[in-house]
Design a protein around this ligand. Structure first.
Ligand SMILES: *Cc1c(COP(=O)(O)O)cnc(C)c1O
Length: 392
């Protein structure tokens, strides 16, 4: 009885493969085209856009990245676990739980301050700890999510001046509301103006931060002047464009239509079972798919519980043995069936690519996203947390 190895590592029904060489390529592209002499802060919120903070952050370190941005104190802790004692700056752009605020300050983690409440709390805690809190003031410029209003800037200025001993004015920043689409052009231009006014306010008062930053991936591509001292890059590092429009704009400018980015992620599973059905039979639950000929089917052990959206019923694509084929019937909780009638040499256990590339076929995240009406950001961020990430 006691010889059963309960600590054995088990194989889940699918896994994600993360490519270090793809990441190196993307970071190089960003450094060459965007960062130049600026600080590159790599955004790993949303579990590193689904890639998995614990595996992805060490890959960033290997690629030479030294500045990492997250949404919450919870994620900052995960990054800290992944970086250990390495010299990496961590910046929280959003939530800090009250219980963990002291930990954030003690750990010298930088954070956004977007209201007077948080600024006062930071000062209180820094005094108590006899330490400096490292603050980036986030300014409201028109996104209307987080940020200090114009009227609050003088209050923030006074608080910062009075508490120089406890607050280091690390940065001033904002975030643009949809720089990935020309539909928001005027709104973003207005935001840039308002941000510049806020900068002028601090300059006039001879109280300036170490760093000015505003640009995400889309803004740094479309509005190069927003790049400032630091850029906060998320989606590009993973090998995806913020939108098709940003990719096309980038290509048009250079008159070169090859994609310089490579996706870091692939999602893979295997054939669980094979079966034949006769013409006229319905496949799976209900009657959404009837075989229009004698068919061979492969069952893949993965469904909507694993992030393979139900809206991919009868439309999702997968690759088996370098052949791109289609889901038939509805996506179940734990299984899909795909049409493999054309494949002669298929066997149980063969690799199935749900997202990624084989020699001559590809299923992209954006095709996946188009079928499900999701953003590529959403498809990535919803990738299951509990499956293995294999770095290759
Ligand atoms: C998510 C986020 C970014 C990065 O956005 P990408 O489009 O992925 O580059 C930058 N800044 C803030 C405040 C964010 O929330």
């Amino acid at each position: 009885m006691d010889s059963i190895p309960y600590d054995k590592e088990m194989q889940n029904t699918s896994y994600l493969e993360l490519s270090q060489s793809a990441l190196n390529n993307n970071i190089q592209f960003i450094r060459k085209n965007i960062t130049e002499n600026r600080i590159l802060s790599c955004v790993v919120k949303g579990n590193a856009y689904g890639h998995g903070i614990d595996k992805f952050v060490p890959m960033l370190l290997k690629a030479g990245v030294k500045h990492i941005s997250v949404f919450s104190s919870f994620e900052a802790h995960q990054v800290k676990l992944a970086t250990g004692k390495k010299n990496v700056t961590i910046m929280i752009m959003g939530d800090i739980s009250e219980e963990d605020f002291e930990w954030v300050i003690k750990s010298k983690i930088e954070f956004f301050v977007f209201d007077i409440y948080r600024l006062k709390r930071a000062i209180e805690l820094a005094k108590k700890l006899k330490m400096k809190a490292l603050v980036h003031l986030e300014v409201e410029t028109g996104m209307h999510r987080l940020g200090l209003e114009k009227e609050e800037l003088p209050i923030a200025l006074e608080l910062l001046k009075e508490n120089k001993k406890y607050i280091q004015f690390k940065g001033i920043c904002t975030h643009y509301a949809g720089a990935e689409s020309v539909a928001n052009h005027i709104r973003v231009k207005d935001q840039i103006k308002r941000f510049n006014r806020a900068l002028t306010f601090f300059k006039k008062n001879n109280f300036e931060p170490d760093l000015v930053h505003a640009a995400c991936s889309a803004a740094s591509l479309r509005f190069p002047k927003t790049r400032g001292d630091l850029v906060r890059i998320g989606i590009l590092q993973y090998g995806f464009w913020p939108s098709e429009e940003t990719f096309i704009t980038y290509c048009n400018k250079r008159n070169d239509y090859s994609n310089p980015l490579s996706p870091v992620i692939s999602w893979k599973s295997r054939v669980m079972s094979l079966k034949r059905v006769k013409v006229g039979e319905f496949i799976g639950y209900g009657n959404s798919y009837m075989a229009n000929e004698n068919k061979k089917l492969a069952v893949i052990p993965l469904g909507y519980t694993n992030g393979f959206a139900r809206s991919l019923s009868n439309s999702g694509r997968v690759i088996i043995n370098d052949f791109r084929t289609q889901v038939v019937g509805t996506v179940n909780m734990n299984a899909i069936t795909v049409d493999v009638t054309a494949l002669d040499n298929i066997a149980i256990g063969d690799e199935v690519i749900l997202i990624g590339k084989s020699d001559s076929a590809e299923v992209t995240v954006s095709s996946f996203a188009n079928f499900t009406d999701q953003l590529n950001y959403e498809v990535l961020a919803r990738l299951p947390k509990d499956i293995e990430r294999r770095v290759v």
